[in-house]
Design a protein around this ligand. Structure first.
Ligand SMILES: Nc1nc2[nH]cc(C(=O)O)c2c(=O)[nH]1
Ligand code: SF4
Ligand SMILES: [Mg+2]
Length: 204
């Protein structure tokens, strides 16, 4: 029987990016094709759920939006089958991906978070169109170059920088400084700040 590795399913508010504040049911898949040193998700602890079990659980919540995340959710071979089933119930479906694989059709909103730590993997990454690009700011000399390359590579409506939190430290100041640099000499103020609002609010 078709099963999916599920870390957790819960309802909360989108804490990041353009849809911040949007009530959503989060479906978090296990497994990832990267190992970011600052990763905040235990994607290797999961339980097997059938499609019907996922659906049954999702239907216990009130939100009309779904955020598919992980881990790296595009690793799921049968993600499209899940999306089709969820769509029949009228859900608006967003996905959070690192952008190293294509995203199946039927998803309404793509948030891609390319990882500076794995820059070399992005030179030929397939995802070149998204709704938002969100880059976690690691304190590195050449991260501005990475951001500019991703802006060129991935066409999106919104571009965000997000501070990196690790062991109680945050890169908020370098993030603000980098926003200043990326937005200098241009009128569109294209790069915006995205914080992990759910962590400050102490919600899931
Ligand atoms: N509230 C809340 N918003 C989120 N947006 C993206 C998340 C993620 O872990 O992918 C996340 C998360 O874990 N919680
Ligand atoms: S891509 Fe995301 S889930 Fe995977 S290791 Fe990096 S931060 Fe963690
Ligand atoms: Mg998270």
């Amino acid at each position: 029987m078709l099963t999916f590795p599920i870390v957790e399913i819960f309802q909360s508010l989108q804490g990041e990016g353009y849809n911040t504040g949007m009530p959503a049911i989060f479906i978090r898949f296990g497994g990832c094709n990267l190992r970011c040193p600052w990763c905040d998700t235990h994607f290797d602890h999961f339980q097997k759920f059938t499609l019907t079990a996922i659906l049954t659980r999702v239907l216990t919540y009130s939100a009309e939006n779904i955020i598919i995340t992980g881990g790296e959710p595009t690793l799921q071979k049968y993600l499209f089958e899940l999306v089709v089933r969820l769509k029949r119930f009228g859900y608006y479906i967003a996905i959070e991906t690192n952008g190293l694989r294509t995203v199946c059709t039927g998803i309404d909103y793509i948030a891609v978070s390319p990882k500076y730590h794995y820059w070399q993997n992005y030179h030929d990454a397939p995802l070149i169109k998204a709704d938002e690009v969100r880059i976690v700011v690691e304190d590195a000399e050449d991260i501005e170059q990475f951001c500019l390359e991703m802006e060129q590579r991935i066409k999106a409506k919104h571009y965000y920088l997000s501070p990196c939190e690790q062991n109680g430290d945050t890169t908020l100041l370098p993030t603000l400084q980098l926003l200043g640099k990326l937005n200098r000499n241009r009128q569109d103020n294209k790069w915006q700040l995205s914080i992990q609002a759910h962590k400050i609010a102490n919600i899931e």
